[in-house]
Design a protein around this ligand. Sequence first.
Ligand code: SAH
Length: 376
Amino acid sequence: MQQVVASSNKVNLLDFDRQGLRDFFTQLGEKPYRAEQVMKWIYHDLEDDFENMTDVGKALRAKLTEACYIGAPKTLLDKVATDGTHKWLLGMDSGNAIETVYIPEPTRGTLCVSSQIGCALNCQFCSTGAQGFNRNLSTAEIIGQVWVAAKYLGNVTHQNRRITNVVMMGMGEPLANFDNVLKAMKLMRDDLGFGLAAKRVTLSTAGLVPLIDQLSEAIDVSLAVSLHAANDELRTELMPINKRYPIAELLAACQRWIARKPRTSITFEYTLMQGVNDQPEHARQLIKLMRKLPTCKVNLIPFNPFPGTQFKRSDAADIHAFQTQLLNAGVLTMLRRTRGDDIDAACGQLAGQVTDRTRRSADIRKRQDEGATHAI
Ligand code: SAH
């Protein structure tokens, strides 16, 4: 398998969506339909060697080999959990690696894809946040995660898919890397790409309000919003981004999303942390808020611990009571089963290897060393 060559001045074809690939072929003096032929080889046949593209002429194959390559990220580590959840550590450049997770279920297989090396948003309950931020992933590094997993899982044909859903719920805030994530999601959706329906490609955001509007105009995908608290004071404590885009603004953006895409729903993610946001009063606040978005649903996630966190998972009884309270109020509520936690592959546990440029991780370590605890 060809790997990313850091010093190469060749172009990585995984960086192009269909239009970009057509433009690139035009620049090479080729007919744009040739781009589509190659695209099919890349995403349907998972081929990364031009020489094996049998319906591409010899001269063009030689030209492509000269000008470009198909470079997916390099697999550094590959772990399988007892429940079948798969986690790959993928090398991006020296010192940095990200994680991609595959969650098999009886009727579907979900791939959880990362969008950034680390994350700058600093949500208090997320281990990626505690790692600090290094950089955005390129389109090739994002779609390359799907490509590597598909190849690994033998997802070769559209008839025999192992990856039926992709969620942008790995490391990073996908809307903070808008252009690259958009191009990668176009490739997930494209018939000549992975060919996934809009409801099977989900972007999850901590709530970058203007970019939610921008996304709704740019592509048809599903939206998930990380809420985690239904009052501003608590949400700002847990998610500093709430200071910039408080709940009312976030909900208004969600209402605009639904107005533009009337047949869709939005999933609100709510991680349950013991004594923090899991009490009947919190459920009441959430119910009130969900009344503004009657077609939307809540996805409860029991908190997944990671080293150094001060939060605890809510008790099973509290989780059950919280869900029941919501259901009784008519709020469609699901409980996300914890998957892959024996290999640290569960929500919020993805850490990868991040060379932190923001010094956040150093600050956090310093605070931990000083014994400072977060006041909640
Ligand atoms: N930045 C995006 C994508 C991350 S998605 C977002 O915020 O939506 C991962 C989901 O897992 C988010 O809803 C996130 O809030 C949640 N999460 C983060 N840390 C978690 C933890 N330790 N336990 C459970 N869920 C967590």
